[in-house]
Design a protein around this ligand. Structure first.
Ligand code: UDP
Length: 240
């Protein structure tokens, strides 16, 4: 069942259900797309019809941040669980390491995806990372070909949204993988370039606060969150 949050339909799933669904996609014909929108991206989709359409057609849309959870609650249709994209990716890799499924890492500055591959193979023994490519390329064709030649089953597409979802939609079929997951800045975290918030902050849903403390310049992006919740309240009042 999907839950509409200000124009984006989210799957009402727990972490385990989301990972089970992703594993099931690997047994079907592809390509499938998983998107992990936060409030900023819901707002983005309201101004970018192409992005909104892609999210509408995605096979799994999971709520990345607490903001989406609050908005769903305000709208009177609460979601079961917050499923942060990076944790979803980690749980999926745990499952992939028990199978022979192949992972391709796409995105971030040159060298980052390769470093992430080394770290992830150490963290998840048995995980097959079949290829990596940076996210600063001019033409899509050669990148899609690299994914195809690597015989990838899953691609973590980390180009930032909405670029990553648009790339996966335009190139998913020709690149030949079964599953594409838009994961923003996750490769920087997996490569150890960017530190994640300590677990305490994550558990309390305060990862945004930690990031703000570390990088006060994010305040402009964060300031949109209260407005997002006000929009949710407005939609509730209007009976939407
Ligand atoms: N990026 C990329 N190609 C581009 C633009 C961005 O590979 O043309 C990468 C960038 O290096 C970073 C990620 O995409 O690793 C975007 O991170 P951001 O934190 O902006 O995304 P979020 O997680 O907030 O969606």
């Amino acid at each position: 069942m999907r839950v509409d949050v200000l124009g984006v339909a989210f799957d009402n799933v727990t972490m385990d259900e989301a990972v089970d669904k992703a594993m099931a996609f690997l047994e079907e014909d592809g390509p499938h797309l998983v998107a992990t929108p936060n409030p900023e991206l819901v707002q983005r989709a309201s101004k970018d019809p192409e992005f909104a359409e892609i999210l509408g057609k995605a096979d799994l849309v999971i709520p990345d941040g607490v903001g989406v959870m609050y908005a769903a609650k305000i709208l009177g249709r609460p979601l079961k669980a917050r499923v942060p994209g990076i944790d979803f990716a980690s749980n999926l890799m745990k499952r992939m390491a028990e199978t022979d499924k192949r992972l391709f890492l796409l995105g971030a500055a040159p060298g980052v995806a390769e470093q992430a591959a080394v770290n992830l193979q150490a963290s998840y023994p048995g995980l097959v990372v079949c290829g990596a490519h940076d996210g600063y390329f001019k033409e899509d064709g050669p990148v899609a070909q690299a994914v195809r030649e690597a015989r990838a089953d899953v691609v973590f597409v980390c180009l930032g949204a909405p670029k990553q979802e648009k790339w996966a939609t335009a190139n998913g079929a020709s690149a030949g993988a079964k599953l594409y997951i838009g994961l923003g800045g996750s490769l920087d975290v997996f490569a150890g370039k960017v530190e994640r918030a300590p677990e305490k902050f994550q558990k309390l849903g305060l990862e945004w606060l930690y990031r703000l403390m570390k990088q006060p310049s994010r305040i402009g992006r964060m300031a949109k969150l209260p407005l997002f919740l006000v929009s949710a309240a407005g939609a509730r009042v209007r009976g939407k």
